[in-house]
Design a protein around this ligand. Structure first.
Ligand code: SF4
Length: 399
């Protein structure tokens, strides 16, 4: 079958849809992995389907090179050493070199054998979900993690200065000292990268029903800001809304999402995006967020992979939505190449208004450090202007 889209550099995301327990705030797609043989049989079916899907996907959309791979979830580490080896085999030989390979792991399911299997296969970055060192706070949101210190020591041993860890602010009962203590303890393991997430209440999650337990908005914001300042004081620069690292240690894979650079996806709920720079149009690839549906029938059954065309306006919105998350802002030359206008030309009124408030940098289209705190309100203005551009011809003239 000939390729359906111009081949290019294309990253890969693989979703592992299994967890050992559910955290109260989480709305990622996953199912509880049953213990024993039942769980083993489910993983076996998952890996076989993944291998068949990988073959078919790369035949249909053959990338010239795969610069980054991210195995996320769910909880990839519940696959264990043997399972993760099988997953790497399922992906086959990927084209290209100098690849960033990241695997996500949870402390309670991490062991030396798993890390050894990852390193042997070429994984060069580990992302560890810590969230908080406080057993009390973790218990309140049903977050496992009994063996945090052991897991961090293992991560530091197998991936010295090349592992990342997630922390969370705004957990029920959390205070400023707790946030600062979490950061100090994490940094004692010398991670290369830290993601500091402000807890968001997602509809449909158990925590959504107990919204009164989470700190009110103002205190939650000041907890996150205290965490940001502590990370920056320790040499971790904020390069994206929730992500911090010393220069050169940024997540290359996530930078490709924020830059809207092609990526393919595999696994239930996985979603990829391919963009034809010459046309300013794109294609979204969506796998069903339902393991039974994803596993059902023959792997070749048409329709399991849903394709959606992305028009120019949708892509412009997504490019700005993702690009303004970055401290350096959207990639202006790439934006111009794709859409025939620069970000400054696409949303001049919004940029002038926010620049006037000191929340957009004087040079270049990027939110300032303070401006990033107001990203959502800024994006409301961006979308409003893209929906009602003036003069219209600027955005909609034929290319
Ligand atoms: S372990 Fe991760 S994916 Fe699983 S429920 Fe908790 S936060 Fe969500």
């Amino acid at each position: 079958m000939p390729p359906e889209f111009p081949p290019a550099d294309c990253s890969l995301y693989v979703h592992v849809p299994f967890c050992r327990s559910f955290c109260d705030y989480c709305d990622f797609y996953s199912v509880l992995l049953p213990p024993g043989g039942e769980g083993g049989a489910l993983v076996e079916r998952y890996l076989n389907t993944l291998a068949a899907d990988a073959r078919r996907l790369f035949e249909r959309f053959p990338p010239v090179s795969v610069p980054t791979v991210y195995i996320g979830g769910g909880t990839p580490s519940v696959l264990g050493a043997e399972g993760i080896r099988r997953l790497f085999d399922a992906l086959g030989e990927l084209p290209g070199r100098d690849r960033e390979w990241t695997v996500e792991a949870n402390p309670e399911s991490l062991d030396a054998e798993f890390l050894h299997a990852c390193r042997e296969a070429g994984v060069n970055r580990l992302s560890l979900g810590v969230q908080s060192f406080s057993p009390r706070l973790r218990a309140l949101v049903h977050r496992e993690g009994q063996a945090l210190e052991r897991a961090l020591s293992l991560a530091a041993r197998f991936f010295p200065r090349s592992f990342s860890a997630d922390l969370m602010t705004g957990l029920p009962g959390q205070d400023r000292n707790g946030v600062l203590e979490d950061i100090a303890r994490l940094l004692s393991f010398h991670p290369a990268h830290v993601s500091l997430y402000a807890l968001t209440l997602e509809e449909g999650t158990p925590l959504w029903e107990r919204a009164e337990e989470v700190p009110p908005r103002d205190s939650a914001d000041s907890l996150w800001i205290a965490g940001r300042d502590a990370l920056e004081r320790s040499g971790y620069a904020q390069y994206e809304v929730s992500n911090f690292s010393p220069p050169g240690q940024e997540s290359r894979h996530n930078l490709r999402y924020w830059g809207m650079k092609n990526w393919l996806a595999l696994g239930p709920s996985g979603s990829g995006t391919l963009i034809d720079d010459r046309k300013g149009a794109g294609l979204r690839l969506n796998w069903p967020a339902d393991l039974a549906l994803w596993l059902a029938g023959e792997p070749e059954r048409p329709g399991r992979l849903a394709l959606e065309n992305l028009d120019r306006l949708t892509l412009m919105k997504e490019s700005l939505l993702m690009g303004f998350r970055l401290g350096r802002g959207p990639d202006a030359p790439l934006f111009k190449r794709r859409f025939g206008v620069s970000p400054e030309e696409a949303v001049p009124r919004t940029l002038a208004k926010w620049r006037g408030r000191g929340l957009v940098a004087a040079e270049g289209p990027a939110l300032t450090r303070e401006g990033l705190l107001f990203l959502n309100s800024f994006l409301v203005d961006v979308f409003e202007e893209l929906d009602h551009p003036y003069p219209r011809a600027v955005l909609f003239e034929p290319r």
